[in-house]
Design a binder for this molecule. Structure first.
Ligand code: FES
Ligand SMILES: [Fe+2]
Length: 458
């Protein structure tokens, strides 16, 4: 059976690409893996189309603004954005604006980024800094770092303003893996309920609190935030969008797992060919395509193992850390978790990304895509301000961002290069929804089902 043949299994969702899966390849590598990496949880969730209205309709966008974003835990920054008391950073999503502050007591708190006098935003959008107090730029009302009313010019004119009623309202804050999460809903379930299995999976060498931001790129995209996210939830597009990588990257044999309503994962291997790639090649041929610098594969070893071993030494020396515990897969594969609603996390070492997709302003067809690379730091490393985000417009190449690997930049250009055309197609289509694969695109369906749980709730 060939990779493109139709299979009619006993049950929908059970068909798989012929040949070894990513999991089979990882188990054959021979080094101990972090056990959650090989956990399996495929789930078939149906095959109905996903209506395009969900992406283009202003009414649907407004429902997300009122029922999703104010009620879900969302990652607003990393702890290293707030290394010292008085450090603050803003977070925007659509019309919502949040001010995140580290207090004198070291606690991180979140407030609406709005003055209690006449509504002026306390800090500009997408800004950060350090301050001894939170002070409005309009008339100078000010609050302490923990949100208590501190000073009102001409207080004699405001006998109706009490300290208690005019403290800054607080949003709930949760910390996990070095990320600061905020939930605007005081009645929402705890962060732990949304993280679910992530808390078990990202332990030990996958603990992201032991990593720091090495590079942060923010790109504007001409599509809906959900379509942008979905482009990164499947490896099905590799065959066409990244055809240059078929000799050295798995795609149709990737593994997809749905661990909870909020957490899903894919794993696709690097250093093994796509099942679509049928040209005979040696392990040295594979290595030559991945590493044109002449790295040799000794007889009896795989390109995958030799690449992982080489990167353990190279990256370990560069970062000043010991990577000997990381399996070949953890070193080189594309291992991506999705945390509902808009965050993706990679526990790997050479592909150590974090993604966030947000509506840009109040336009359903505009998105801001945060792409971060985390690096493992030596034990005991303190918090220090990370590099500033590098802004890219929709038509600027990732390769133009200083510090971005040019080859990886070209891959992200390919990923994001499809999105405007897809969004135009959403608007023009006669067929009114997108059709998903039962296995390879099941994470997208899980995401929409969970979104419906929020939007259907009054
Ligand atoms: S609007 Fe903020 S002090 Fe007047
Ligand atoms: Fe891609």
């Amino acid at each position: 059976m060939a990779p493109d043949d139709l299979q009619m299994p006993a049950e929908p969702g059970e068909a798989r690409c012929p040949g070894p899966s990513a999991r089979d390849i990882i188990l054959a590598d021979g080094r101990p893996v972090h056990p959650p990496l090989v956990a399996e949880s495929p789930v078939f969730l149906g095959d109905a189309d996903i209506p395009y209205d969900r992406y283009v309709s202003p009414a649907f966008f407004e429902r997300e603004m009122t029922k999703l974003w104010p009620r879900t835990w969302q990652w607003v920054c990393r702890e290293e954005h707030l290394p010292e008391p008085g450090d603050w950073i803003t977070y925007e999503i659509g019309r919502h604006a949040i001010l995140v502050v580290r207090g004198e007591d070291g606690q991180i708190r979140a407030f609406p980024n709005v003055c209690m006098h006449r509504g002026t935003q306390l800090k500009p959008p997408a800004s950060s800094g350090g301050a001894a107090e939170l002070r409005c730029p309009f008339h100078g009302w000010s609050w302490t770092l923990d949100g208590q009313l501190r000073h009102i010019p001409c207080r004699w004119d405001f006998p109706h303003v009490t300290d208690a009623a005019f403290a800054l309202p607080r949003f709930r804050v949760g910390l996990w893996g070095g990320f600061v999460f905020v939930n605007m809903d005081p009645g929402a379930p705890p962060l732990e309920a949304q993280l679910g299995p992530l808390a078990e999976h990202f332990t030990g060498r996958w603990d992201l609190s032991k990593r720091r931001i090495a590079l942060h790129i923010q790109k504007e995209l001409d599509t809906n935030w959900k379509a942008a996210l979905e482009a990164f939830l499947e490896a099905y597009h590799v065959y066409e969008t990244h055809a240059q990588g078929l000799a050295t990257a798995g795609d149709a044999n990737a593994c997809y797992d749905i661990f909870s309503a909020f957490v899903t994962r894919f794993v696709h291997t690097i250093g093994t060919p796509s099942p679509h790639y049928t040209v005979p090649q040696t392990e040295q041929d594979i290595m030559d395509k991945m590493r044109p610098d002449g790295l040799r594969v000794p007889e009896g070893r795989t390109a995958r193992a030799v690449l992982a071993e080489t990167l353990r030494a190279e990256i370990g020396a560069d970062w000043g850390v010991d990577l000997s515990d990381f399996s070949d897969s953890e070193m080189i594969d594309s291992i991506e978790y999705h945390l509902f609603p808009n965050m993706c996390l990679f526990p790997g070492v050479s592909l150590p990304m974090v993604y966030r997709f947000r509506p840009l302003g109040m336009d359903p067809g505009r998105t801001i895509f945060d792409l971060l690379f985390l690096r493992i730091v030596p034990d005991g490393t303190g918090l220090a301000l990370p590099p500033e985000p590098i802004p890219l417009s929709a038509d600027q190449s990732y390769a133009s961002a200083p510090g971005m690997n040019p080859g990886l930049g070209a891959v992200y250009d390919q990923d994001t290069g499809n999105l405007a055309a897809q969004y135009r197609g959403f608007l023009a289509s006669v067929k009114r929804g997108q059709t998903l694969g039962n296995y390879q695109e099941a994470r997208i369906r899980r995401f929409h089902l969970t979104l419906d749980q929020y939007l259907g709730h009054d």
